[in-house]
Design a protein around this ligand. Structure first.
Ligand code: MN
Length: 464
């Protein structure tokens, strides 16, 4: 007999006190009182690997978790914009479900735990839609729109408004959300430090990953926020390297970019260390440049500043470093104008962080939505505001796939020092990433993992 795998939990613990009513109020407040529509969301379902019964760990869809605090598969919800009522729809489970998955909650238990204004079984959804008879149903995507339209052809469905509105809510974190992010970071600080202490030539990338994940999981964080990157030597110049199966060699760099979730809220730190515990000349020079770029961008992080400003400030410092090491030549302004820094720093300086690692709300949609009736959330959101949480993560990489073609292009190659660049193919790259809460007066840095050269050299490999 094949045993059906049990459902793994995730870090959104079952008994967490989730202030979902505050989140719903926030969303309601974006719609006019006389809006005759309803909001519909469908929660995540269980997912299986291909056509097998291998069940992936359940992770609630972020928006559904945000609005309901329900961390179970197969739920739906409706928010009635006029009455401001919250309807929750629970799945009807068979006894067989209990055999594989354990206790099935009764309606009373669900009501008690999630406190909707009205609780229904999912089979009652079509009937409820008829009873509510909304002018329009706001939902998140085409898939959910089709699901609704299949239930009732006459329904008016809008998939544009809701993603914008929820993104606007999620972009500025509540105090409870900030506490979850602080906790995810607190554990991430521990896990990153343990990896640094275990570093030594001969270690496999997956051993570093194992140490990192051990410290997350033993602290109750069961869900990674993204595929962790444990990249040594040339792999450190692969931005989303995930194979993690190479043996680290003496004299190389090791780049770790990893974090887990706490109650669904992510942490996302990067560090770059010398495998043998001491930076050589090139490594130290490049590392120090990235560190200075990162510190500059962090120092600038406060309300009113735009992410582009942080990016350009970091890029300028990186560019000046590149000139100093003779990797590029020319005047700083001309090099900046020609985006030469982007050949070595080919990603953004940071992103919003929250329920998703690359969190929602980063880019406001086009102006065409400004006068959408019933909504007042279309301010620019790229400007930092208190309650936003961001990453600051400049990098400097020697990426042959990017530099080889550039060396063959006249407009770029005239700024590049071919010999020096080619001598560094195989060097890899450096990225340093901290997580910040934007506060009224500036920011709170959640990341406390050594990043000064001296500190790193002292701690690397110190656990033997
Ligand atoms: Mn990141």
């Amino acid at each position: 007999m094949t045993k059906k795998p049990t459902r793994s939990g995730n870090s959104a613990a079952n008994d967490v006190h989730h202030p979902s009513s505050i989140h719903r109020e926030k969303l309601f407040s974006l719609f006019e009182e006389d809006n005759g529509g309803i909001i519909y969301l469908r929660g995540a379902e269980l997912m299986y690997r291909h056509q097998t019964d291998y069940e992936f760990p359940f992770r609630q869809e972020s928006n559904f978790w945000y609005l309901s605090g329900v961390n179970e598969p197969d739920f739906h919800l409706i928010l009635d914009l006029q009455s401001r009522n919250y309807h929750l729809f629970m799945p009807k489970r068979t006894e067989q479900f209990a055999v594989w998955h354990g206790h099935i909650k009764s309606s009373d238990e669900v009501l008690q735990k999630y406190k909707p204004d009205h609780l229904h079984h999912d089979t009652e959804l079509p009937g409820m839609l008829k009873d509510l008879n909304p002018d329009v149903i706001y939902c998140l995507n085409e898939q959910q729109a089709e699901y609704l339209e299949d239930l009732d052809r006459s329904l008016q469905v809008d998939t544009e408004t809701l993603p914008e509105a929820i993104s606007y809510c999620r972009c500025i974190k509540t105090d409870w959300e900030l506490d979850q992010l602080r906790e995810a970071s607190r554990i991430n600080n521990i896990a990153h430090l343990e990896v640094l202490k275990a570093l030594r030539p001969g270690l496999y990338e997956y051993e570093a990953k194992a140490i990192f994940e051990y410290h997350q999981i033993r602290n109750g964080l069961l869900q990674d926020a993204y595929n962790g990157i444990h990249a040594s030597g040339p792999n450190s110049a692969i931005l989303h390297y995930v194979e993690n199966n190479r043996q680290m060699k003496d004299g190389e760099l090791y780049l770790i970019d990893a974090g887990f979730e706490w109650n669904g809220y992510a942490s996302d730190f990067s560090r770059t260390y010398p495998v043998n515990g001491s930076f050589d000349g090139n490594q130290a020079a490049i590392y120090q440049t990235v560190l200075e770029a990162q510190k500059k961008a962090i120092e600038m992080s406060e309300p009113g500043v735009r992410m582009e400003e942080l990016h350009l400030a970091a890029a300028r410092i990186i560019l000046e470093g590149l000139r100093e090491f003779d990797l590029v030549k020319g005047q700083t302004e001309e090099l900046m104008e020609n985006d030469i820094f982007a050949l070595f720093f080919p990603h953004g300086v940071g992103h919003l962080l929250g329920l998703d690692t690359h969190d929602v709300g980063g880019y406001p949609k086009g102006v065409d939505r400004i006068d959408r009736p019933g909504l007042k959330f279309l301010r620019t959101r790229r400007e930092l505001q208190p309650g936003m949480v961001i990453t600051v993560e400049p990098g400097l990489y020697i990426i042959p796939a990017l530099l080889k073609p550039a060396l063959e292009e006249d407009e770029k190659s005239r700024y590049l020092n071919r010999d020096k660049i080619e001598s560094l193919f195989g060097f890899g790259g450096v990225r340093i990433e901290d997580n910040l809460i934007i506060t009224e007066n500036g920011h709170e840095n959640l990341t406390d993992v050594p990043k000064e050269i001296e500190e790193i050299e002292e701690l690397a490999g110190s656990s033997g």
